[in-house]
Design a protein around this ligand. Sequence first.
Ligand code: SF4
Length: 314
Amino acid sequence: MLTVRASEVGGCPRLLYHKLRGDELEEPEGAQRRVFQEGQDAEESILAWACEGLEVVSRQQEVSFDLDEFRVTGHMDALCRDNQGSLVVVEAKLMGKERFARAAEDNWPQQILDQVACYMYGASAQYALIAAQERNGEGRATKTLIAPAELQNILFDLSLLSAALEDANPDLIEWPLSEFGCQPCPARFHCYPRWRPWYAVGEEGALVAGKLHTLAVVAEAQAKLAAREAELKAELAAILDAHETDVLKPEGGGTVRWVESTRRTLNQKAIPQEIKDQLEPYYKESWSRHLRVFPPGQKGDDGEGDADGGQGGV
Ligand code: SF4
């Protein structure tokens, strides 16, 4: 019998596949551990308001039940009884801004719905209450789950997982787009072997290090030149201003001119959601690939490339 955690059943089935096979996984990184710890720390305060008017029967009670050849286990944040005597599972979640905004619009992550559906089923509860609190904000949102329709989906997903495990072939599982993105996933190198860093050593390592060093020198020189260019332009602008003119022509040739232009762009944030949805089929998608280089010690030099597509680099 294969044991899976309720919190994992609605997550990426490929991740579950690799876990169940005992495949090598990456250790969670510092930021992920912090997020997990913050969630645990916030549990008490979320339950304090979520369980108002309910009698708390137990906290962190274990549930365990069998679904086909899987045993699903987990710990409910709280099991309560309402004033009608019905059993209620209460699950507390701390959410980042964007995730919370989606939950507040009743667009809850499937992984959470599946997790709570498992608890309801395992505890034979009449309904469940999911309570979300916004991290670094005031927001609160709740959702009541009456019938765990998700169980059908869970059973379907588990049957796919089971077939893939039997065949030892993760490709039998649909390649999902993880809600959290694949980059922080502990199984990412199984799905994206090209993301696994290759450590250059010996002669080749020295060669690469030399090129990185030269690139860093070039980048520094470019930054100095760009700063000097900005200074010179500011000095020329001051001369134009002093003569109250927009065009300056020195005797030796050349021109300095203010050029004005107007750009008209759509304010994406101001477009109502229903119009955004209507526009969706008209978006043209293009793909590009570019090389980012992070000399030693620069932001992004984590040995894993441009993980966040963000700042830094040459
Ligand atoms: S890398 Fe992505 S697809 Fe692969 S297991 Fe992780 S979340 Fe799933």
